[in-house]
Design a protein around this ligand. Structure first.
Ligand code: 4AD
Ligand code: MG
Length: 461
């Protein structure tokens, strides 16, 4: 007999049938000749109640069924006569697979803080909270692929080790095999010709540049993979390693790009509500930071749009005491983004046409000569979850721009080739996967939506 997942088990279909369930003991209590175990197996927000009569042969195993122990239960599923659960399993056989010392097991019945749980990342997925978050993460990842696959986008695999800094922000982790105790030098500089790749190499900050050449051959593509930023920002919305989804479309402009972003987010909101209702309800009740109604409403609403210039004038009008001054030409800080979403708009907003000085070299210059065809999607509480743009497809303007900000034209000849041979308007964006999961789950800290968070000074697991 094969084991049944709790997710499948709790239904009328299994009533009266003998089943095998495997999982971990959450709690055990004894009362009036029976022992009651609560078992979870990670497949569902639901747990399973197992009832063991003290007359059953397997009752002697009960003493070993401490919190955290792994068990295999054979028994019959029946409707539960008691309140609190619809179904339960009446056990006939119990096998304790791995015992757990209740004095030492770090997860106790009482609630733990999220900070404490971060210190035991290897066990926290056994809690209701992290079970919910990681199941939501899975559903969203799957929905992302479905969304693009249904619309003719090809999933492309861009490199993790690269020689280019796509965002030009210098937030790169080096990849090297040089011996730190004996670094080869030439003219007092590191001699990278003797390094593994013969020149400096890094972990990628974005797959965009490669996605661009693939879009300019394959039409519509997307990446979904890990990206790395050696940005020294210890905030609740920055990770050093995060997953990004980057669609790129040939023959598309900024309007097409924004429409794709909106359709995409609405689709994801819809899917997560259909497939993770129990998880979302749990998080809503437990943390009071999300509302299913709100997510559901968003899945049907058009997003507000505002230009950067309009945003600046709204911010200037406000009576808020911002830490960072508001000035046309300066980038929006997270306090500004928060004010726009929470106070000005009251929901998600797409900000467009930023000054060229605050954005990356590849963004298309607008006719005014000072702004670029950029768009950021901002959401309440989290801020920017998507950054995208129409790309500069005009060779001369792109070369000028690269020269202006000191991007190596020599290293990116292949990128310029795309503008030399059959260039077309094209556009794309990057969605930060953890920011999306953070927004949907309402977690305050982005470290709580990825199994092993990487941040400055943090590489424990
Ligand atoms: O705005 P970013 O830097 O844009 C790019 O990388 C472009 N190449 C995307 C493109 O057009 N193809 O990053 C995109 C998104 C951000 O909006 C944010 O959601 C997320 O990636 N992100 C981070 N998430 C977690 N931790 C960090 N340190 C992040 N930096 C960016
Ligand atoms: Mg950005």
């Amino acid at each position: 007999m094969e084991r049944v997942l709790i997710k499948e088990l709790l239904s009328d279909e299994y009533i009266g049938r003998q089943v095998i369930v495997c999982g971990w003991v959450r709690t055990r209590r004894e009362s009036k000749g029976f022992a009651f175990l609560i078992i979870s197996d990670g497949s569902s927000q639901d747990t399973l109640q197992v009832v063991v009569s003290n007359e059953a042969n397997c009752f002697e195993q009960i003493q070993k069924c401490n919190t955290g122990a792994s068990v295999k239960i054979k028994g019959f599923l029946r409707e539960s006569p008691a309140k609190g659960q619809r179904y339960e399993v009446e056990a006939q056989e119990i096998e304790v697979i791995g015992e757990s010392d209740p004095e030492k097991y770090p997860l106790q019945k009482k609630g733990h803080t999220l900070e404490f749980l971060r210190e035991i990342s290897h066990l926290r997925a056994r809690t209701n909270t992290f079970g919910a978050i990681f199941r939501i993460r899975n559903v969203l990842a799957n929905a992302i692929h479905n969304f693009f696959q249904d619309r003719g986008f090809l999933w492309v695999h861009t490199p993790i080790i690269t020689s280019s800094d796509c965002e030009g922000a210098g937030e790169l982790f080096s990849v090297t095999t040089l011996d730190f105790k004996n670094i080869p030098k030439k003219d007092d500089m590191v001699d990278y010709s003797r390094d593994f790749f013969g020149k400096p190499a890094y972990l990628t900050v974005s797959g965009q540049l490669e996605a661009e050449f693939l879009a300019l051959s394959l039409g519509k593509v997307y990446t979904f993979g890990p990206t790395f930023r050696a940005e020294n920002s210890n905030t609740t919305r920055h990770l050093s390693e995060f997953w990004m989804i980057e669609p790129e479309m040939a023959f598309a402009d900024l309007k097409d790009d924004m429409k794709l972003a909106e359709d995409f987010l609405r689709y994801l909101f819809k899917e997560v509500i259909i497939k993770c209702e129990k998880e979302l309800l749990f998080l809503q009740n437990q943390y009071k930071r999300i509302s299913l109604d709100e997510i559901s409403k968003l899945s049907d609403t058009n997003f507000n749009h505002i230009t950067y210039t309009e945003a600046i004038s709204e911010l200037k009008k406000s009576k808020e005491n911002f830490q960072f001054t508001v000035d046309w030409g300066k980038d929006l800080q997270s306090e500004h983004e928060k004010y726009l979403t929470d106070k000005v708009i009251g929901g998600p907003v797409i900000v467009t046409d930023y000054p060229k000085g605050v954005k990356a070299f590849y963004m298309r210059l607008n006719n005014d000569g000072i702004t670029v065809a950029a768009m950021d999607v901002l959401v309440p509480k989290v801020g920017e979850i998507i950054g995208g743009s129409q790309r500069e497809e005009r060779l001369e303007i792109l070369e000028n721009r690269m020269e202006e900000i000191g991007i190596s034209i020599e290293n990116l000849q292949w990128y310029l080739d795309l503008r030399r041979f059959g260039t077309v308007p094209h556009a794309g964006f990057g969605l930060g996967f953890e920011r999306l999961v953070q927004y949907i789950t309402g977690m305050i800290n982005i470290r709580d939506v990825i199994p092993c968070p990487r941040a400055p000074g943090e590489i424990g697991f």
